[in-house]
Design a protein around this ligand. Structure first.
Ligand code: GN1
Ligand code: MG
Length: 364
C-alpha cells in the first residue's frame, strides 16, 4: 500500500513533513495527523473506496458545508469554542489526490487543543455531546439540501438494512454458534418494529432535515481547556435525512458506557442519566426547530439505530468483513452482539425513557 508520508507531502505546500501519525479509531476511513516542518498540522485521510464511490462529490459537499458553518459563525458565533472543519486542497489546487493504486486521499484542517473520546466520560461531557449535535443541526437547518450530493444512497434507512441482511443470511452457510443465534433471534424480535421511523416519514408525521449521519461520541470534539463542545468531525455522511437517525445514533453511542467494543457484550446497558444529559444539551439547541411529534419518537430512534448498527455489523460479519475495518475475524460479530444487547437494554427501559423524553420536551 502507498505510504501516507508520500501523500502528506502533496498537501503540505512545499514543506517537508516532520511526522505522520495514525489518528483516531474510525471504522471506515484511514486517518493520520500530519505535522509539517512549516505551517499548521492537518488531518490526512484515505477514503474507504468500498464505502464511498465518489470522492469529488464528498469534497464538493464538504466545501459547501464548511462554508455554510463558517458563515453562520460569522453572523453569530454560538460559543467561543465552536469551530468547523475545512477541506484543504493539494499544493496544485486539487480537492483530493488519487494514488496509483486507486486510493483517494484528502486533507482537512486539524482542530487543535481539542479531544474526542470513544465513550462519554461524565454527565457534563454528555451534555456537551448533545449540545454539539443540536448546534450543528441548527447551523445547517437553512442550508439548501439541493446543494448537496447524496454521498451514500440508502444510508440510514433501517428497513433496507434488514432486507440486505435477509439476502446475505439466506446465501450464507448455516450459522450455529450461540452468538449468531442470539443475533438472529434479536433481529426476528425487532423486525416488526423496524419500519417505525420510515412509516412516520411516509405518513408525513416527521420530515427530513440536514443531518450529520454519524454523530457517535468519537466524532464530537471537546475543547481541551474548557471541556466545551468544539466541533463535529467526519462530515462525509452529512445530507438530508431524518434527524432521528442522528439522535438515535448519538444516544446509542453516548449512553453505552462500556463502548462499541465492550469486552463482555452481555454487560452492555443503556444509561438513562447520560441520556437525560445528552437530550437536555441537544434540545437546548434543537428544541427551537423540532416539533413535539418528532421529539416523541426519540425513544424509538435510540432503539432503532442500535438495531440498525447491529444489523450492519452482523451482515458485514456474514459477508466476510468487507465494509467495517476489523483487526480480528470475529470482530464484527462481537460488535453486533454489543448493539443487540444495547437495544435489549433500551427496550427494557422503554417506559422510563418515554417519560424522560416527555419531561424534556419544550413546552412540557
Ligand atoms: C462508521 O467512520 P466511523 O468510524 O466514524 C460508520 C457509522 C457507524 C460507525 C460505528 C460511513 O463510522 O455509520 O455508526 O462506524 N460510518 C459509515 O462505529 O458507515
Ligand atoms: Mg466515518
Amino acid at each position: 500500500m502507498i505510504a501516507p508520508d508520500q501523500i502528506a507531502a502533496l498537501f503540505a505546500e512545499g514543506s517537508g513533513i516532520t511526522a505522520v501519525l495514525p489518528h483516531g479509531n474510525g471504522n471506515v476511513n484511514d486517518t493520520y495527523l500530519v505535522h509539517p516542518v512549516v505551517g499548521r498540522s492537518f488531518i490526512l485521510q484515505r477514503l474507504n473506496s468500498a464505502v464511498f464511490h465518489d470522492p469529488a462529490a464528498i469534497m464538493h459537499n464538504l466545501r459547501i458545508i464548511s462554508r455554510h458553518l463558517a458563515a453562520r459563525c460569522a453572523v453569530s458565533q454560538p460559543t467561543p469554542w465552536w469551530r468547523a472543519v475545512e477541506p484543504l486542497a493539494t499544493s496544485s489546487g486539487a480537492g483530493f489526490h488519487a494514488d496509483a493504486q486507486g486510493g483517494w486521499w484528502r486533507a482537512l484542517s486539524y482542530i487543535d487543543n481539542a479531544v474526542a473520546f470513544d465513550t462519554v466520560q461524565s454527565t457534563a461531557h454528555g451534555q456537551e455531546i448533545g449540545l454539539a449535535l443540536g448546534l450543528f443541526q441548527r447551523q445547517l437547518a437553512d442550508l439548501d439540501p439541493a446543494l448537496l450530493y447524496d454521498t451514500l444512497p440508502g444510508f440510514h434507512i433501517t428497513p433496507r438494512y434488514l432486507a440486505e441482511f435477509e439476502a446475505i443470511w439466506a446465501a450464507a452457510a448455516p450459522q450455529t454458534t450461540p452468538e449468531s443465534r442470539y443475533c438472529r433471534a434479536s433481529i426476528d424480535q425487532a423486525a416488526p418494529r423496524i419500519p417505525v421511523l420510515e412509516s412516520a416519514r411516509a405518513e408525513g408525521r416527521i420530515q427530513e432535515r440536514i443531518i450529520h449521519g454519524d454523530p457517535k461520541v468519537a466524532n464530537i470534539l471537546l475543547d481541551r481547556t474548557s471541556g466545551r463542545a468544539a466541533a463535529l468531525i467526519d462530515l462525509d455522511t452529512v445530507k438530508p435525512g431524518l434527524p432521528h437517525y442522528d439522535v438515535g445514533d448519538c444516544l446509542r453511542s453516548a449512553c453505552n458506557p462500556l463502548g462499541e467494543e465492550a469486552r463482555d457484550p452481555a454487560a452492555v446497558h443503556f444509561d438513562l442519566e447520560l441520556c437525560r444529559a445528552i437530550l437536555a444539551g441537544y434540545l437546548a439547541e434543537a428544541g427551537s426547530f423540532l416539533t413535539p411529534a418528532e421529539i416523541a419518537l426519540f425513544p424509538d430512534a435510540a432503539w432503532l439505530v442500535a438495531v440498525e448498527l447491529g444489523l450492519r455489523f452482523f451482515t458485514d460479519h456474514l459477508r466476510g468483513n468487507v465494509y467495517f475495518k476489523t483487526r480480528q475475524p470475529e470482530q464484527n460479530l462481537h460488535r453486533a452482539l454489543v448493539q443487540f444487547h444495547l437495544a435489549e437494554s433500551i427496550a427494557k427501559q422503554e417506559d422510563a425513557l418515554r417519560r424522560l423524553v416527555a419531561g424534556l420536551s419544550p413546552g412540557h
